[in-house]
Design a binder for this molecule. Structure first.
Ligand SMILES: [Fe+2]
Ligand SMILES: [Fe+2]
Length: 344
């Protein structure tokens, strides 16, 4: 993919406002391929049409197939939906990074249009999954809605320190993580004969791939323009570890002790998103941005580069060991599933 030439004049770092202008120019030229609004699917394309004279039969068939999804996969799907539902709230964070891509919320520059277009696309993901879960009849929607409200109220800090480089590194990572998670639900759903949600999750995963590509290219551009700063930004994000946006979700029940950690264990156990996936994403990004070839000039930049290059093999080894001794996940009643016990 590399849009970067690997020879930089690092003697004079590019000022942040020039980097932001370059990102805007890049996005202006690539906007229509990365955000093809006219070709967007909508949730209604993939759900029963309740205007149909046969709507009752359609919904009955829909629910019959939805019953095939195992509860642990349903838990992952619900958490994915909750994550997606909170996504439009991240507009404020991304739009205000650096000196701001879209301070007014209605900017006409390409980055402003991209960020708004991106959250508008993400909104469809939450809508589609929420409608599926509602129609499936298998979920206590009120408990799910309370969790979404709590997540939005609790807020989320992706620890990107007002740096647009860190921000786009974060989104590059997250888009790939959500692609893996939606694809994983699709794969397991298909194995159990639930092709409706498999198709829906495949559509969502397709969007995530496109988003990932956009953010990865923006980071590649930042590496091209200001390699030392971007190397420090990447090292900083990896040192902090990339935290998941649903980390602060709470369902408000008595059992609500670290709901996110329990959900992560379920998702590790069913193989939809694991520590190995985390390590592989890191490895993918280090290779894609060709970290070892980037010509950093400062001592701090070189140290950051060394630190980054050592991480993927170390994480892969640790993750493989963790997978080999994957622990059972403590069974617990799940408010989202009307108190049904889930765990292995
Ligand atoms: Fe999404
Ligand atoms: Fe996305």
């Amino acid at each position: 993919m590399a849009t970067t030439s690997k020879h930089y004049d690092a003697g004079t770092p590019t000022p942040p406002h020039e980097v932001m202008a370059a990102l805007d120019a890049y996005m202006e030229n690539n906007f229509s391929s990365l955000l093809p609004v006219d070709k967007c699917w909508q949730p209604s394309d993939l759900l029963p049409d309740l205007r149909s004279p046969d709507w009752l039969d359609e919904v009955s068939d829909f629910r019959r197939m939805a019953a095939a999804l195992p509860d642990d996969v349903l838990v992952t799907l619900i958490a994915n939906m909750i994550t997606e539902e909170a996504l439009p709230s991240y507009h404020a964070w991304l739009a205000n990074l650096g000196s701001g891509f879209d301070r007014s919320g209605t900017g006409s520059n390409a980055m402003a249009r991209w960020i708004r277009g991106w959250v508008a696309e993400e909104k469809r993901h939450g809508d589609a999954l929420a409608s599926y879960l509602y129609l499936s009849g298998r979920v206590d929607m009120r408990a799910v809605e309370v969790t979404i409200q709590n997540l939005l109220r609790n807020g989320f800090n992706p620890l990107t320190e007002n740096s647009f480089a860190q921000g786009f590194i974060y989104t590059s990572f997250q888009e790939r993580a959500t692609y893996i998670s939606h694809s994983g639900v699709a794969r397991l759903a298909r194995q159990h004969g639930e092709t409706q949600i498999a198709t829906l999750c495949d559509h969502i995963a397709g969007d995530e791939v496109r988003h990932e590509r956009a953010y990865e290219r923006l980071v590649a551009k930042i590496f091209e323009l200001t390699p030392d700063d971007c190397m420090l930004a990447l090292a900083s994000m990896l040192r902090k570890t990339i935290i998941m946006p649903s980390r602060t979700m709470q369902d408000g029940t008595d059992a609500d002790t670290d709901l996110f950690s329990w959900f992560s264990a379920i998702t590790q156990r069913n193989g939809i998103y694991t520590t190995l996936d985390y390590a592989r994403i890191m490895q993918h990004l280090v290779r894609l941005w060709e970290i070892e070839r980037i010509d950093v000039r400062t001592n701090a930049g070189k140290q950051a580069q060394e630190f980054i290059l050592e991480l993927p093999p170390r994480y892969l080894k640790l993750a493989e060991r963790a997978e080999a001794r994957a622990k059972p996940c403590k069974p617990r009643p799940v408010s989202w599933l009307s108190g049904r016990i889930v765990g292995h």
